[in-house]
Design a protein around this ligand. Structure first.
Ligand SMILES: [Zn+2]
Length: 457
């Protein structure tokens, strides 16, 4: 019953301890990056407000971060302010092409010494595809190495920048996705605080309700159907749980759900939960080849009967975050697996009430990932490293000392204490869940990140 499988997406993990960058002159090119296209969806009242830029990135040098050769581009300017409060960066080889790539952020684009390791880069370097975002937290100094402050709630932007790095500098596609919804006053003035208990941060109330459009897709194929009845009513208990989680005062996002079915011959069963390739039967392939059924301004959710790589994985998100409004990438969506939610029912039957509640929690959890939330604490416990926990101050963590059975994992019953360092088991973003156990806690800072996502309006 593990929800933790997002890390499977990135099979090669580089834990970074040193981000000092010494530049070597390669003489590859002195080209600057050219802005290719600005594509805006401006619809402030009736939909999300998103600006997308495709950037042509020419490499200007190379270096050896983490023991490998990477080519790097010039630093592209990034604006973050109250009217553009969040940005995502997508770096990808559009085709199947094995190469590492990652974005590197700068708090001052005019100063090479201000690069920092963002929360995503602390955990992994993407293979063929990587997404990062700013900010991952209200108090960004808590979330990066070295600690830097990113202000995104005022009227003017810092001179931020982002540079792209790849092992193979061919056919790389880089995209910037900006939210352009102006922050409400209470979002702009929001302050976070350290978690003293699992209840810290839960009693916040946002002034205005926001909306997230959701496109639910039942996936059918020659191996059968995802679910016997493919309507909203047939999974009503799950949808109600999901809506209830997101309607809490600390989040206050209304889910606008529509349901459809699709015949996807290679994807009615998923054999590989990786997103680095787009081969038939892989998660990356499912997301990449289904833009015809996806909705651009919605969260696209694929309901699949079963994954066969591990067996028992409840759900998976294409990324932390997933690419908002960008269809047809290997990370464009979330998937949930119906049969992993069964305890009492048989494959091919409608899920029981309790099983549907768990499905509702899985949908909530994967939505959290897609919009930019990390696990409150990763399965191996909090040792105090950036990559052990989420980048938020007001969420509790679960220190490794709570691993009382010494199996190397902090399990649900080991993280139900009363302090800010031995709990989190009740949080929506705990790494594992179980039938009959409710995990609906969402803190104000988690809600703040969810509300700032470009898809939310
Ligand atoms: Zn997860």
């Amino acid at each position: 019953m593990r929800k933790s499988q997002i890390l499977i997406l990135f099979p090669i993990l580089f834990f970074l301890s040193d981000c000092i960058k010494s530049k070597a002159n390669s003489g590859v090119s002195d080209n600057v990056m050219t802005l290719l296209l600005v594509n805006s969806i401006l619809n402030s009242n009736n939909g999300s407000c998103v600006k997308t830029e495709s950037i042509q990135s020419n490499t200007i040098g190379w270096w050896y971060p983490f023991g490998n050769l990477y080519y790097y581009t010039e630093i592209h300017p990034v604006t973050l302010d109250r009217k553009r409060p969040m940005v995502q960066v997508v770096v990808e080889h559009p085709d199947t092409f094995y190469g590492g790539l990652f974005p590197l952020w700068y708090s001052d684009r005019n100063n090479f010494n201000t690069s920092f390791i963002n929360r995503d880069l602390a955990s992994f370097i993407g293979i063929n595809t990587h997404i990062s975002m700013l900010p991952y937290a209200k108090d960004t100094s808590y979330a990066t190495d070295p600690a830097v402050s990113i202000l995104n709630t005022g009227d003017s932007s810092q001179p931020l920048g982002v540079e792209f790095n790849f092992t193979y500098p061919f056919n790389v596609k880089t995209t910037l996705i900006h939210s352009c919804r102006e922050l409400d006053n209470d979002e702009s003035n929001f302050q976070t605080a350290d978690a003293l208990s699992p209840m810290s941060g839960l009693y916040h109330t946002w002034a205005k309700e926001k909306i997230l459009d959701v496109n639910l897709i039942f996936v059918n194929g020659s191996n059968g159907q995802a679910y016997p009845i493919q309507t909203e009513q047939a999974i009503e208990v799950a949808l109600e749980k999901w809506r209830e989680n997101f309607s809490q005062s600390s989040v206050k996002i209304k889910l606008n759900v529509s349901v459809t079915s699709a015949n996807l011959i290679d994807y009615d069963l998923i054999y590989n939960l990786g997103t680095e390739t787009a081969y038939p039967g892989t998660l990356g392939g499912l997301f990449k080849t289904t833009s015809f059924i996806g909705k651009q301004n919605a969260l696209n959710v694929f309901i699949v009967r079963e994954e066969l790589q591990y067996g028992g994985v409840l759900g998976v998100s294409g990324g932390i975050p997933g690419p908002a409004t960008l269809l047809g990438t290997k990370q464009s969506g979330i998937a949930v697996f119906v049969d992993s939610h069964r305890l009492y029912s048989n494959s091919g039957e409608v899920l029981t009430y309790d099983e549907q509640l768990l499905l509702g929690e899985t949908l909530s959890h994967e939505t959290g990932h897609f919009l930019g939330l990390w696990h409150v604490t990763e399965s191996s416990g909090d040792y105090g490293n950036l990559w052990d926990r989420d980048p938020l101050r007001d969420t509790p963590t679960c220190h490794i000392s709570n691993d009382t059975n010494l199996n190397g994992y902090i399990e649900l019953n080991e993280c139900l204490g009363g302090s800010g360092t031995n709990s989190g088991g009740r949080n929506m973003m705990f790494w594992t869940g179980a039938v009959g156990f409710t995990q609906g806690d969402i803190t104000a800072e988690q809600g703040w990140i969810l509300r700032l996502n470009p898809l939310v309006y």
